[in-house]
Every structure is written in C-alpha cells, then in structure tokens.
Design a binder for this molecule. Structure first.
Ligand code: DAH
Length: 325
C-alpha cells in the first residue's frame, strides 16, 4: 500500500479505516474468534488499528508540509526587486546650490541647530528689543531662554568668524526653525543656505556679480535679476533680490502675482559692527553675505504648491523627483 499525495492517502484511509473499511471488517469478524484466542487477537487488532491511524496521520502532516513549501518557498526563484529610495527634492536643490557656490571657491561650514542668543542674534547686531527675538518667531527652551532653535543659518557666520580670520569664503546649508502656524505657505522648520565672503577690498559689485551668476546657473541663462533696498540688522546696505519669474518668463502669472518678478533671497554688505563683534578688524576687511530659503528655490524650480509636501514623505510625491538627480 502506497500513497504519493493527499488524495491517494484519503483513498487508503477510506479503504482501511472507514466504517466500511478492511479493519472494521476484521473487528466484525472478531466475534467468530475462539474464546481462548480472543485476548491475543484483540490486542493485535487494536495495535493494527492504532498503527494504521498513526501512519495515515503522519503521512497527511507530511503532505501538508510539502504543499505549504511548494506554495511559499521556491528557493530557485529570483528575489523581489529591492526598492531603492530617491533623493529628497530639498536635498537635490540644496546640493545644486552648494555645487554652484563651490565652483566659485566657497567651502561648506556648519553649525548647531540648537543655538544660543549670542550667535543667532546678538553677534549679528540685532538690537536687544528687535522683534525677531520675539516669542512669536523663535522657539526658546523654556527653562533656559538663552538657548533656542536657530531661526536662520546666519548664526554660522558668527561661529566661523569668531575662530577664523579673513579671507573667509563659506556657505552654510542647514535647517532652521520658526514658530509659525503650519500651512501650505509656512512651516515651523525649513532650510536655508547662507553665504559669507570676507576679505580686503570686497565690494557690492562682487556681490552683484555672484548673485547674477547664481541666478543664471540655477534658473537658466536668460534669468534677469533686480535688487531692491531692504533692511537686515547684520548687513548695511541690505537688499532683496528678485529674479524674473521663471514660470511665466517674466510676462506675469499667478505665481509672481502678475509682476513678472519673484523674490528669492536677502543680501548685503556685512555691517562693520558684525565684523567687530566677531573679532574681525572692520578697518581692514569688508564682506558680503546672502541668505536664501531652499524650499522657495525648490518651489520655483518644481512648482510645489504646498510646503507641507516636503515633510510628509508621501512616496507618490517623492517619486516625482527620481528623474531629477
Ligand atoms: N537671515 C535672513 C533670514 O533668515 C536671510 C539673510 C538676509 C541672510 C540677508 C543674509 C543676508 O546673509 O545678508 O531671513
């Protein structure tokens, strides 16, 4: 008797162990066994029944195990493709900015995100009562109001100047925090890249040239720039830079509010006070600085309408940038 699969095994069970099976026939015939042989034959019959049942059960378990293996585990099958991630759009654009400035001789400097008041505000010439220090904008550590989350990467300027003498030519990419209600247009954290150049004979013309080159490298050779006077505590004079809207080409559209221009960064000549506060002789050295938001540049390049998309890690959104790098 042999069974090669579950069906054959069931046929065997029916043949031998069912009510009308061969073993039951023997049990029926047991009545005819002579009285003095009953004990001996009875024991053998029981043994036969138990062993047959055991054998059927074991074989059934074995067939079940084999069929599970056949369904789930095929060691010869090719592995599932490993899903590779892709670069985050903010990283792609940040790297592009870094790349443009490194070709101009800037090197990368970094500083802590948890900062102190001195590096974020005081060393950058913020007056004691400047509104940027306000609780509305800045995340302070409750038990220690001198410690805060940096609100801009300009803090790295001060960290670099306090331990280096010119020439200084650095960019500072990093994350910054502001106490803003989260919406499509604002978030409580975002990314900036700061640039600082301090040397003898640095002029506003140098700044303007770097700005123009950056805009053209980033947004295309036809890009125009314009500077509007502005105010920052750490630069004098200060300016904001607009580029010709790269979505409508300067004709006017919803994105540029029909002006043809979009603001992308703040800049200026480093205020002599800032040089002095950080141990650099302002009679010998001059500098320029600029700072931009990476999300803003990314929006302009890729027209992401909702800032929250950058931090939701939705695969459908992230996959759209696979080709970009
Ligand atoms: N720190 C400024 C901000 O967060 C941006 C900025 C403006 C940086 C002018 C600069 C600068 O270096 O010169 O809004």
């Amino acid at each position: 008797m042999q069974a090669n699969n579950a069906e054959e095994l069931e046929a065997l069970r029916i043949k031998y162990l069912s009510k009308k099976g061969a073993i039951n026939d023997l049990v029926t015939e047991f009545r005819t066994v002579q009285a003095d042989k009953k004990r001996e034959v009875g024991i053998k019959l029981n043994e036969l029944k138990t062993r047959a049942q055991e054998k059927i059960n074991n074989l059934r378990a074995q067939f079940e195990r084999n069929s599970d293996k056949n369904n789930d585990l095929d060691l010869s099958r090719t592995a599932y493709p490993v899903q590779l991630g892709s670069r985050h759009p903010i990283t792609i654009v940040k790297n592009e900015i870094i790349d443009i400035f490194s070709r101009l001789g800037f090197s990368i400097a970094e500083g802590p995100e948890v900062e102190d008041d001195w590096h974020v505000f005081s060393a950058l010439n913020f007056a004691e009562d400047h509104p940027a220090r306000d609780m509305q904008d800045t995340f302070f550590i409750e038990s220690h109001p001198d410690i805060l989350l940096r609100t801009h990467t300009s803090s790295v300027q001060s960290r670099v100047m306090e331990v280096n003498q010119p020439p200084i030519r650095i960019i500072c990419p990093g994350r910054v925090y502001r106490n803003e209600a989260i919406s499509a247009r604002a978030h409580c954290f975002f990314h900036q890249v700061e640039a600082l150049y301090v040397d003898k004979d640095v002029s506003f013309t140098d700044l303007k040239q770097v700005l123009l080159l950056f805009a053209r490298e980033m947004f295309g050779a036809d890009t125009k720039i314009r500077l509007r006077p502005s105010y920052f505590p750490f630069t004098e004079p200060s300016a904001e830079m607009d580029i010709s809207c790269n979505i409508c080409g300067g004709k006017g559209c919803g994105f540029c509010k029909h002006t043809g221009w979009v603001e992308i960064l703040g800049c200026g000549m480093v205020d002599p006070n800032v040089l002095e506060l950080n141990g650099i002789d302002s009679k010998v050295y001059k500098g320029y600085a600029l700072g931009m938001g990476v999300e803003r540049i990314t929006n302009l390049k890729y027209q992401v309408k909702d800032l929250r998309m950058f931090s939701e890690n939705d695969m459908r959104f992230l996959k759209e940038f696979e080709a970009a790098y």
